[in-house]
Ligand binder design. Structure first.
Ligand code: NAD
Ligand code: 13P
Length: 407
């Protein structure tokens, strides 16, 4: 039997953490997976900070290539400092080379960069590769709104699922326990070689594509003609992805609701900004809880309205990718923290992002604009008052004090 080769496309705070998880598992399961995990790094010159254990007096502040630093010291000193990556994580500055011959592609980039990454590798991947998108965002274009799992899948001619959950990266990198949700609903050609997908929650039902024929995350007949995974490989099914991502400190729940999992991760970032705004005004926990409740309602409504054919309310209300991610993001996520500080200091959220995040990127600001432009075009802004208020505050057209009267 051939082994699956895994590439992680991205190496930020979460990209590096997911690479660590995956590399621990490929090493422990090296009959199924090739041990080495390729990690594509957007190359940049980085100065190793003086307080890093890798600071070298002879090099001083001279910038060095991030890939060289990662491959020499096994640490992403810029985006995940202080965490040792397994030595089988191989940092690669060439995206095309990193994805070459890989059967499993894990997309983990800020959503702003996904389109370019896909363009770069189109036609340069195995036709029977399968993807998992860890991206939290939605793709809004003139044609409407799409999930990154759809966009990646259609763009590359492969099937792509989604991983999302209450997953603040640094906590997981430090091996503090958390849960995640992986949605994977492969076409019948893959299902036929795999056990029936199952969910560990009896309340989240699984709809199998094997029953319905191949359709996309909105229940439409898929435009993508898929190439089956050759029989020499271990089946790329729920069990395979569970083995690849599950760790004692990172518990995986497999489901089939790709739209619900993807939307949960994208929309909660808008709500987390709102939570930061009210916290920054000093309104306390009740106000924050109100924001979370209203935000969750708008998330469910959005999912039902635009992805109603497949989305399950339970994904928002019961899974890690739904309510749990909303809670953690409104407690300590970057969107929450930057929005809070912006209100406290009278700065814009973007100013705080540039000042505090050392190159890490917020997803909530652009998602708020993108979702707003999608709703506005359809005359639906008033049906989503919290999403609309966040967009207005970010644009300086509304104030935080107006939130109670708007929602
Ligand atoms: P990050 O914000 O930590 O880092 C930014 C990344 O963007 C860096 O790897 C940088 O090299 C890269 N980059 C900068 N310019 C680029 C360009 N022009 N082209 C390509 N890449 C470029 O990234 P992250 O936290 O790993 O976020 C990836 C995704 O994971 C996001 O959608 C995010 O919402 C999601 N996520 C993040 C966390 C977290 O706690 N960090 C947790 C769960 C999900
Ligand atoms: P932030 O990007 O706001 O830090 O959220 C991280 C996250 O997605 C936690 O699940």
């Amino acid at each position: 039997e051939r082994k699956h080769k895994v590439t992680v496309v991205g190496s930020g705070n979460w990209g590096s953490t997911i690479s660590k998880i995956v590399a621990e598992n490929t090493r422990a399961n090296n009959t199924i997976f090739e041990e080495d995990v390729q990690m594509w790094v957007y190359e940049e010159e980085v100065t190793i900070p003086k307080d890093s254990k890798f600071y070298d007096e002879t090099i001083g502040d001279k910038p060095q290539k991030l890939t060289s630093i990662i491959n020499k010291h096994h640490e992403n000193v810029k985006y995940l400092p202080g965490i040792t990556l397994p030595s089988n994580v191989v940092a690669n500055p060439s995206l095309r080379d990193a994805v070459k011959d890989s059967t499993i592609l894990v997309f983990n980039l800020p959503h702003q960069f996904i389109n370019n990454a896909c363009k770069e590798i189109r036609g340069h991947i195995l036709p029977y590769a399968r993807g998992i998108s860890c991206v939290k965002g939605v793709n809004v274009s003139d044609e409407g709104i799409s999930l990154f799992s759809e966009w990646i899948g259609d763009g590359l001619g492969i099937y792509c699922g989604a991983l999302s959950g209450a997953n603040i990266a640094t906590e997981i990198a430090n091996e503090k326990w958390s849960e995640t949700t992986i949605a994977y609903d492969p076409p019948p050609m893959d299902n036929s070689r795999a056990p029936t997908p199952r969910s560990s929650s009896p309340n989240i039902s699984i709809t199998s594509l094997a029953e319905a024929g191949h359709r996309d995350a909105r229940g439409r007949a898929s435009k993508t003609k898929l190439t089956p995974v050759p029989a020499e490989y271990p089946p790329l099914d729920h069990d395979c992805f569970r083995v690849l991502f599950h760790r004692p400190y990172f518990h995986v729940q497999m489901v089939s609701d790709v739209a619900g999992v993807s939307l949960g991760g994208a929309l909660k970032n808008i709500v987390a900004l709102a939570a930061g705004f009210v916290d920054g005004r000093g309104w306390g926990d009740n106000a924050k809880a109100a924001i979370m409740r209203i935000g969750l309602m708008e998330m469910v409504k959005f999912g039902k309205e635009f992805f109603g054919e497949t989305v399950q309310t339970a994904t928002f209300t019961e899974s890690s990718a739904g309510v749990a991610d909303l809670i953690t993001s409104c407690s300590g996520g970057r969107n929450f923290r930057c929005a809070r500080k912006a209100v406290e200091k009278g700065m814009t959220v973007q100013e705080v992002e540039h000042e505090d995040l050392n190159g890490q990127m917020l997803q909530g600001t652009s998602t708020a604009y993108e979702v707003n432009s999608f709703l506005k075009k359809r005359g639906l802004e008033s049906n989503y008052p919290l999403f609309t208020a966040v967009n207005g505050i970010l644009r300086g057209e509304r104030t935080v004090d107006e939130i109670p009267s708007l929602v």
